[in-house]
Design a protein around this ligand. Structure first.
Ligand code: TXA
Ligand code: MG
Length: 316
């Protein structure tokens, strides 16, 4: 039986026993365990049914704790950390030997971030180790943005879920690496490309590759609902379909029953759309419909990351 609550001491005790705990973050809920314990990390892979070649993100509460984990911090990484931590930004940095191979899938970089959520920051402060935490969904399914989403899918395998309300960003963190002095985005996410470029100048984006060895978790069939999902260009409604459902930006489609449609942001706010994306996809997946139609959003700000998730959800 899983318990949902707000008791940091309960979470701390379980984590100290190398167990996994559901944790809230501003992006999505994580499935956390001691990042420095191969045993604990192995449990994450087992519970998520995640292939071992897909490395994990390590969460800390303060930049002071970077020293223990990484060998060096390139200047642009430092600038980004200053601008966006705590927040939805993950940096790929050369790791120290204290980080187990299992956590990084044997890569020589470790992915690190400081999440922006008061409960999880308190928990991290109370622990003397950092937390490895992938999104708390079964591998390949939509990421959870509430404690209930985690309980619905992993409940019987996670004894405690720390409830921090609804994730306020709603998209996973943006992942940036710095190999060969070239800042590169490996996953579009909760910090927009434009915001990153405003701090460090032009960056490369490699997040669309379907065989990207740097971010194997970004393979296309990620984030997929179980129902088939068809993408539509904005303003191009599907042919009328009484058995269809739709995910739209501001305005429902003609020809799809109104009760089967979810509007991401009636006012056209991309941040609001990001916050609603995963819970609406889950809701659509549960409706008695045969097919989900999803409208692509403007390719700017968080719209880029939303479109990235929709494209992956549509691939099967
Ligand atoms: O917002 C987030 O980042 C959430 C919350 C819980 O913090 N976590 C998350 O973790 O999205 P996960 O495991 O679902 O996605 C982590 C991604 C994967 O695509 C993985 O391949 C990539 O990070 N990754 C981790 N370490 C890496 C490394 N050393 N080099 C390249 N990619 C890495
Ligand atoms: Mg994930």
């Amino acid at each position: 039986m899983t318990q949902i609550g707000q008791d940091i001491q309960v979470a701390k005790q379980l984590l100290e026993q190398n167990q996994v705990v559901g944790i809230p973050t501003e992006t999505v809920y994580g499935l956390a365990a001691n990042a420095l314990s191969p045993d604990a990390v192995l449990t994450i892979f087992r519970v998520k049914n995640r292939p071992a070649f897909d490395p994990l993100i390590v969460h800390i509460d303060s930049p002071d704790k970077l020293d223990r984990l990484v060998q060096s911090i390139p200047e642009p990484a430092f600038q980004l950390a200053e601008a966006f931590w705590p927040g939805p930004l993950t940096l790929l940095l050369p790791r120290k030997a204290i980080v187990p191979d299992l956590t990084t899938s044997g890569l020589d970089t470790v992915a690190v971030r400081i999440p922006d959520h008061p409960l999880t920051l308190d928990l991290l402060r109370a622990l003397d180790f950092p937390l490895a935490a992938p999104s708390a969904n079964p591998f390949g399914y939509i990421s959870p943005t509430s404690a209930q989403h985690v309980a619905d899918q992993l409940g019987d395998q996670v004894s405690y879920i720390l409830d921090g309300g609804t994730s306020q960003v709603g998209l996973e963190s943006t992942i940036v690496g710095f190999e060969a002095n070239q800042p590169t985005i490996f996953r579009l996410g909760g910090i927009a490309l434009e915001a990153i470029e405003a701090v460090i100048g032009p960056v490369a984006v490699r997040s669309h590759s379907t065989s990207n060895p740097k971010a194997p978790g970004m393979l296309s069939s990620h984030y997929a609902p179980r129902k088939p999902l068809t993408l539509l260009a904005a303003n191009l409604p599907p042919t009328p379909d009484a058995a269809g459902g739709a995910l739209v930006f501001t305005t429902p489609f003609e020809g799809i029953p109104a009760k089967n449609q979810y509007v991401l942001s009636p006012t056209g706010d991309l941040n609001e759309a990001a916050r609603n994306l995963f819970s609406y996809l889950r809701a659509l997946d549960k409706l008695p419909i045969r097919q989900i139609y999803a409208e692509l959003l403007p390719d700017e700000g968080l719209g880029r990351a939303i479109n990235d998730r929709l494209r992956r959800a549509a691939t099967r």
